[in-house]
Design a protein around this ligand. Structure first.
Ligand SMILES: [Zn+2]
Length: 484
C-alpha cells in the first residue's frame, strides 16, 4: 500500500490583529520528509505515529511537508498557497497512491480563503480521483464544512478537550483508511450542524458523559463518532458545532447517528458550557477563596486561540487590588525579556510590560521590577506530554508580591513548568493567573484547587451572543434557542 502523509495546520482567529506569515510557520521548523525525518515535536506526534505504524505494517510511506503556526489571524495568502501547492506537488509526484493522511486543524482561514481545510481536501481529491482514500485528522475546534466532508473519505476529530488524544485519534484515522483500502470496511460519513457556538471542556461532567457515549457507540457498524465543537472566533460560514458520524457502508446509519449526537450535544449545550465570570468578580472570588492555589484563566488573551498574549487588563486589576502571592504569565514580550537579560538577574529596573500588539492588549504597564532569572530556550510540557512547547528566551521578574513570567515566543500556558522552569515556586502561590482557555487544566489540575475563567477585554470574548460575525449567519445558540 502506498501512503502519503502531510500536515498543515493553524487555528485562525479572524478577529486577531496578528498575521500568520512565514515566520509564524517557521517557529516550529517546517519538516519535509524527503529531506529530514519528522522530528517528534508535539504538534507532529500524530504524523510520526502514522509513519511508524505504516512502516510496521509494511507499507510505503511518502512524507510531504508538516507545517504548523501558533494560532493567529488569517494566514497570508501567498504563504498558504505556497504550502498547499507544495503538498499538492508531492501528491502528484507520489502517484499512484492508495491513501492520503492529512493532519489538519479544521479552522484554518487565509486571506481569500474561509475554509483552507476544505480547499486542501478538494484539491487532493481532484488530483487522485474518487477511488483513493483521503483521510483527515482534525482538532475538535475545527469548523467542519460540507466541502470537507464531501471531499474526504474519512475525518476523525480529537475527542478530548484538553486535547490529550491527538495520537490516539490519528491511530483511529489510520486504521479506518487502511481498512478501507483493504476492503475490510466501507466508511460512509454524515455531518449534522448543531447550530451552536461555544466552548465545551470535556472535563465538564455532562460533556464527559457525551464523549464517553461517543466512544461507546463506535461499534455495531458505526466506525467513528466525532463531536466538533467548532472555533467561535472565526467569522466564516461554517463556524460552529457539528456532529460527524462514520458508518460501515450505510449512509442511513451514519445520518441517524450524526443526528442523534447533534441532538444530544444540543441538549447539554448549557449545562456543559464553560462557566465564566466578569473580570472583577473573578478577581474578587479568587482573592477571597478560602484555600488555594486558584487558577484564574485569562481566556480573552489565550495565544492558543490567536490572541496577542500580552494583554494587561487582568494584571492591572490585580496590581490595583494590591494582590500578593500571585504568579502570572506568560506575557509575550520579547522586548521586555531582552531588557531583563541586558540588566541581568538581581537587577531592579523600570520595565514596560505588555500592551504592545494592539487594542486587544490594553495599555502597557510601567513597573519597577526585579529580575529573578533569565532562561535561554525556555519551554513547557505540552498538554498531552508528548514533547516540549518552546517559549524562547524567558524572564522571571517580580513586582510587589507578584511573580511574572515573560516569554519571547507567543504561547498559551499548558503546564506548571512554564513557571517552575524559570525558578518561580508555585507552592506558596495563592493565585496562578494564566493565559489559556482550558488546555491548562491537564497540567494544573494536580496542584490547583479549582479554576475561575474570566473574560477581560481581548481577542477571545466569551460573550458568544455578540461576536461581530458578518459571514456566519446569526441563527445559532446562544443567539437563538431553536433546536437543529
Ligand atoms: Zn483545539
Amino acid at each position: 500500500m502506498r501512503i502519503l502523509t502531510a500536515g498543515l495546520l493553524t487555528e485562525t482567529n479572524t478577529f486577531s490583529p496578528i498575521p500568520a506569515g512565514w515566520p509564524a510557520f517557521g517557529r516550529t521548523p517546517i519538516q519535509r520528509g524527503a529531506q529530514s525525518p519528522f522530528a517528534s515535536t508535539w504538534e507532529f506526534a500524530a504524523l510520526v505515529d502514522w509513519r511508524e505504524r505504516a512502516e510496521r505494517d509494511g507499507h510505503t510511506v511518502v512524507e510531504s511537508l508538516a507545517a504548523v503556526a501558533e494560532p493567529a489571524g488569517r494566514v497570508v495568502r501567498s504563504v498558504y498557497e505556497s504550502l498547499r501547492d507544495e503538498i499538492l506537488r508531492d501528491v502528484t509526484n507520489a502517484l499512484p497512491l492508495d491513501v492520503i493522511l492529512l493532519y489538519l486543524h479544521g479552522a484554518m482561514a487565509a486571506e481569500g480563503y474561509d475554509d483552507c481545510d476544505g480547499d486542501i481536501l478538494c484539491r487532493c481529491r481532484e488530483l487522485v480521483g474518487p477511488d483513493v482514500i483521503v483521510g483527515a485528522e482534525v482538532d475538535l475546534h475545527g469548523n467542519l464544512s460540507e466541502e470537507m466532508v464531501a471531499a474526504a473519505s474519512v475525518i476523525v476529530a480529537y475527542k478530548e478537550y484538553p486535547h490529550t488524544d491527538m495520537v490516539e485519534r490519528g491511530a483511529d484515522l489510520y486504521r479506518l483508511c487502511v481498512g478501507a483500502v483493504s476492503g475490510n470496511i466501507k466508511p460512509v460519513m454524515a455531518m449534522r450542524d448543531c447550530r451552536m457556538v461555544g466552548i465545551w471542556p470535556t472535563t465538564n461532567p455532562a460533556m464527559r458523559a457525551l464523549v464517553d457515549e461517543a466512544y461507546e457507540n463506535e461499534r455495531d457498524g458505526i466506525l467513528s463518532v466525532s463531536l466538533m465543537h467548532g472555533f467561535p472566533w472565526a467569522d466564516v460560514p461554517g463556524c460552529g458545532a457539528k456532529a460527524l458520524a462514520i458508518s460501515d457502508g450505510s449512509q442511513k446509519a451514519a445520518e441517524k447517528t450524526a443526528r442523534r449526537f447533534a441532538q444530544r450535544f444540543w441538549e447539554i449545550r448549557d449545562a456543559a458550557h464553560i462557566e465564566s465570570v466578569a473580570m472583577d468578580e473573578g478577581v474578587e472570588l479568587a482573592l477571597t477563596a478560602a484555600d488555594g492555589p486558584i487558577v484564574l484563566a485569562d481566556v480573552s488573551d489565550n495565544a492558543g486561540g490567536g490572541a496577542p498574549g500580552d494583554a494587561t487588563f487582568l494584571l492591572r486589576g490585580l496590581l490595583g487590588r494590591g494582590a500578593t502571592n500571585v504568579v502570572a504569565g506568560t506575557y509575550y514580550d520579547p522586548i521586555a525579556v531582552e531588557l531583563c537579560a541586558e540588566a541581568g538577574p538581581g537587577a531592579t529596573l523600570d520595565l514596560r510590560i505588555g500592551g504592545k500588539l494592539g487594542p486587544a492588549s490594553g495599555a502597557p504597564l510601567d513597573l519597577r521590577v526585579t529580575v529573578r532569572s533569565i532562561v535561554e530556550d525556555h519551554s513547557q510540557t505540552a498538554m498531552d506530554r508528548s514533547a516540549p512547547v518552546a517559549l524562547g528566551r524567558s524572564a522571571w521578574v517580580s513586582v510587589d508580591g507578584i511573580d511574572l513570567a515573560l516569554a519571547s515566543i507567543r504561547s498559551q500556558v499548558f503546564s506548571p513548568d512554564a513557571f517552575t522552569g524559570l525558578g518561580i515556586p508555585l507552592e506558596n502561590a495563592r493565585l496562578i493567573v494564566l493565559k489559556s482557555t482550558h488546555h491548562f487544566w491537564a497540567g494544573f489540575s494536580a496542584i490547583a484547587k479549582h479554576a475561575i475563567y474570566v473574560s477581560p477585554p481581548g481577542a477571545l470574548q466569551l460573550d458568544f451572543k455578540n461576536i461581530a460575525y458578518r459571514k456566519r449567519d446569526p441563527n445559532y445558540w446562544p443567539r437563538v434557542n431553536v433546536a437543529p
